[in-house]
Design a protein around this ligand. Structure first.
Ligand code: ADP
Ligand code: 5GP
Length: 213
């Protein structure tokens, strides 16, 4: 991305959407297309059991319920939620450090977490990723071979519930052709860097005023 960003702190992007919509695939592509000092993905903590091929500290920090609850007590999460019977949470320290260093952070989290983040950080940008149809969604989940049929049915039935809060998001992207969806997400992120937020405007006025003085 260009060096003319009007910012000092990074922007917080939250990506949600039905399981299998392609959130992980889109995030992976965004990260491949950018420098780690510009954009990073927050690694969540979960009590879910690891799937085949998942790596500790890369896919998730895997832990047990006791340790997760301790971290809640310590205030160690930016947000956390129970999804499909397991706990998931965003470790606060990493996100805050990165934002302060001027790096954008992407959270790939569920709708409850996303709406909680927006409540606490109104500048957070919420992006909802949708599959082109329910039929395609089922096929993607089946072909991914990571879930049982029962789990797939549970995730599909959650989709409409998740979509019912989509109007509280800032953007929604239909992931039909992957390249188009990635381009749309990158365009959103680029445009958000030109948003006249209170923080950006204040800092710009300060900078120009200092120059004049
Ligand atoms: P999510 O992270 O939302 O659960 P994934 O990124 O794991 O979803 O994608 C689900 C499956 O669909 C994966 O196997 C992925 O390779 C595939 N997939 C993602 N986006 C597309 C796309 N635009 N076209 C075809 N397959 C896709
Ligand atoms: P999965 O088990 O498929 O990896 O994730 C299930 C759901 O949990 C997805 O909707 C995913 O976005 C969400 N999720 C992953 N990490 C977090 C997190 O840290 N917080 C919240 N609230 N949801 C998360």
């Amino acid at each position: 991305m260009s060096s003319d960003r009007q910012r000092h702190t990074g922007r917080l992007f939250v990506i949600s959407g039905p399981s299998g919509a392609g959130k992980g695939t889109i995030c992976k592509r965004i990260l491949e297309d950018s420098d780690p000092s510009e954009i990073t993905l927050s690694v969540s903590m979960t009590t879910r059991v690891p799937r085949e091929g998942e790596t500790e500290g890369v896919s998730y920090f895997f832990t047990d319920k006791e340790n997760f609850r301790e971290k809640i007590e310590e205030g160690g999460f930016l947000e956390y939620a129970q999804v499909y019977g397991n706990y998931y949470g965003t470790p606060k320290e990493y996100v805050m450090e990165k934002l302060e260093a001027g790096t954008d952070v992407i959270l790939e989290i569920d709708i409850q977490g996303a709406l909680n983040v927006k409540k606490a950080y109104s500048d957070a940008v919420l992006i909802f990723v949708l599959p082109p149809s329910m039929e395609v969604l089922r096929k993607r989940l089946t072909d991914r071979h990571t879930e049982t049929e029962e789990a797939i049915n549970m995730r599909l039935s959650e989709t409409l519930k998740e979509m019912s809060v989509m109007d509280q998001y800032d953007y929604c992207i239909i992931n039909d052709v992957l390249d188009d969806a990635v381009r749309a997400a990158e365009a959103v992120m680029k445009a958000e860097h030109s948003r006249a937020t209170e923080d950006v405007c204040r800092r710009l006025v300060e900078r120009y005023k200092e120059e004049l003085d």
